[in-house]
Design a protein around this ligand. Sequence first.
Ligand SMILES: Cc1cc2nc3c(=O)[nH]c(=O)nc-3n(C[C@H](O)[C@H](O)[C@H](O)COP(=O)(O)O)c2cc1C
Length: 173
Amino acid sequence: MTFWPKDKTDAEAFRASPEEFKSCFRLWPTGVSVVTTRDGEGRAYGVTMNSVTSVSLEPPLLLMCLRNDSETLAALRASGIFCVNFLASGQEEISNRFAHRRPDKFQGITTHDGRLGAPVLEGVLAALECRVEEVYPGGDHQIVLGELVHGTRHNPDAPPLVYFNGQYSRPKP
Ligand SMILES: Cc1cc2nc3c(=O)[nH]c(=O)nc-3n(C[C@H](O)[C@H](O)[C@H](O)COP(=O)(O)O)c2cc1C
């Protein structure tokens, strides 16, 4: 019995389209984070991310997937550090701002530097400061594996910002 065509050409013919992929993943609810970092010169970068997942407890590892052409990815590779800021409900504007390429992403946003130097955003549920352990290729994204160096709960009782079906929502308490 054959479950899968053996030669690659056939496999490509059976591949789902990006639309099919996206239309299914729209139905997967996630939290929303802003991943921050600095480049080799100390300039701050940040990007809205929902592809953040815990991987291992000992050692404490997490992963996230960043577009190959992301400016934040290039900066993170240079500095070797990043911080995952878990957004609270009410921080939709911050999420939208960091989801677009623009030079003034941090203007008017209150932050402080975490222990590793990446910006920690005010009002987030938690900030997970990591060092880059490994970066693996994953199609049009790179899979960044990070080791948690320092995790802080800032606003643990606030409801999280949730992304579902292309929209933000707030879970009922
Ligand atoms: C809710 C939400 C989640 C997102 N998650 C990701 C993600 O996991 N990985 C990614 O590469 N882009 C993700 N994006 C898109 C990036 O935020 C967007 O491409 C951003 O402009 C990249 O910025 P940069 O090129 O300056 O790094 C997401 C956008 C939104 C609104």
